[in-house]
Design a protein around this ligand. Sequence first.
Ligand code: F6P
Length: 324
Amino acid sequence: MTSIRRIAVMTSGGDAPGMNPAVRAVVRTASAQGVEVYGIRQAYSGLLSGDFERMTNRDVSGIIQRGGTILQTARNQEFRTAQGQKRGLRRLNEHGIEGLVVIGGDGSLRGGLTLHQLGFPVIGVPGSIDNDIWGTDMSIGVDTSLNTILDAVDKLRDTASSHERCFLLEVMGRNCGYLATMGGILGGAEFILVPEFPTTLEQIGKALEDAYMKGKSHAMGVIAEGATPKIHEVAEYLESHDIGFEVRVTVLGHVVRGGKPSAFDRLLATRLGVRAVELLLAGESGKMVGLHGPDIGTVSLEDATTKQRAVGEEYVQMAEFLAK
Ligand code: F6P
């Protein structure tokens, strides 16, 4: 164990269900070692403005089941500049902070890597519904979001089959189609559309026409927001090419980011939060904790933020033959 007496924690980037249990685990693990914790409000924005707040075990009572993040979050541009980074370091020093846990997605973890490279101890925790972070099987929030998507798919299926309609459902995922792929496979969709594998309007039309000709009572397409073509283009194409089914569009948007964390996300967040503090107190830095099979392991923040993670083609193929 090192001599660290005071650490800080922030949640950054898009909020994800499970960030609160992660913060709770950080605070209580540190506290069990007699280490003080400060919460930094609104991520790097709060770091720059000095919005730090002492957090005790009581401050994280009753938050394990809450979605969002009690520390709030932000996407900050200023911290990307050298001047912003110096100011951030200065604020940490002013508050006597000796280590930082950053909970967030790839942009947030890149900020953590920068602080580490400037000599400040940082451990990253992957928190993003997109599941696009390299170095962890699952990020905090993914499981809950996927369950929200499946709930929507199941409900849409009820109305779709009642009217013999095709529903197009857009879910979050600007650069990564994990949620759309898994939501599509597990929701029994006729097609999925993800940024990693562009599809033509003709291919989509053909898949749906086949489904109609086979006698299916309804059809479903799950589309990631960053996919090509876009959901409205797909809808326009299908409406102007008689595919048999009537077409309706649903955009889930930020609904996918809300809700109380699932048991899986609470457990993952808790395990990652505990390990992050253990590593910081053991004098480690520049690492991200992650789920590696059944274990919590680590990768370098450098690898986590530079290596790409995308949906495997095998899943896209799986979605295709399972829909037949
Ligand atoms: O990175 C998480 C995410 O929810 C993406 O899926 C989505 O594209 C983006 O954030 C939306 O960001 P914002 O909440 O800033 O609109």
